[in-house]
Ligand binder design. Sequence first.
Ligand SMILES: NC(=O)c1ccc[n+]([C@@H]2O[C@H](COP(=O)([O-])OP(=O)(O)OC[C@H]3O[C@@H](n4cnc5c(N)ncnc54)[C@H](OP(=O)(O)O)[C@@H]3O)[C@@H](O)[C@H]2O)c1
Length: 235
Amino acid sequence: MKALIIGGTGGIGLAIIKQLLLLKPNAQIHATFFRHQPRYQHPQLHWHHVDITIETEISTLATQFIQLDLVINAVGILHTATHSPEKSIQHFEADFFYTNIKTNTLPTLLLAKHFMVQLKASRRSYFVTISAKVGSIEDNRLGGWISYRTSKAALNMAIKTISIEWRPKLPRCCVIAFHPGTTASALSEPFQHNVSPHKLFTPKYTAQCLLELLSRLTPHNSGQFLSYNGDIIAW
Ligand SMILES: NC(=O)c1ccc[n+]([C@@H]2O[C@H](COP(=O)([O-])OP(=O)(O)OC[C@H]3O[C@@H](n4cnc5c(N)ncnc54)[C@H](OP(=O)(O)O)[C@@H]3O)[C@@H](O)[C@H]2O)c1
């Protein structure tokens, strides 16, 4: 099994790598990092430095693979050093919005463009993006966080659209968006005090849920937005 984890230095990305190595002892895993130098090493793990918002960096990465069984995009931002997610439209700033779109939406489109051939070469492949339930238009009851929500809603549309295009072109590939639940990581850190302890998952638990879910999915599930517990989320 050959897997590529984008954002392997993140809370969820790193936990997915560790869980994959545990469950698939023969797996060959490739992972990307950006600002944080990876500290975790393993003989079957190969790190690549990639800015996933730059198309040429993705196309260069893609040339290193002939075939992949699993691509998981675990990159995302919710806040930056200078900006928190907006509580009101009055806090909206164009630059922060563009940063959300650039980091949360764009990479999955570029990854689909440049890794289609490698996913097609597998007998059974999975193209997974970590989205967020707050990107569901149907589920939006609270408002707020408008840049993050919008970037994840656009991401969801991208995933759905890719899944439709790939149904005839890559009939052995399953394309999904995954909601991890609130997971303890740098991304959720400023908001964890609002979450009751039993609803704040460890990255390990979230990774276990995702891999358990993937073990049950087939190309028939392609085009779904799935929660950590297996529930289908309305787009
Ligand atoms: N944690 C939650 O509660 C939660 C809930 C719902 C959805 N999610 C989603 O789950 C995903 C993973 O989140 P997380 O909690 O694991 O966040 P995290 O710990 O902050 O990790 C974010 C990852 O994104 C990478 N990254 C950021 N900008 C990048 C760029 N331009 N190029 C390449 N890599 C870049 C980081 O790499 P470096 O550190 O090396 O820069 C890091 O690996 C995100 O899409 C997030 O929206 C998380």
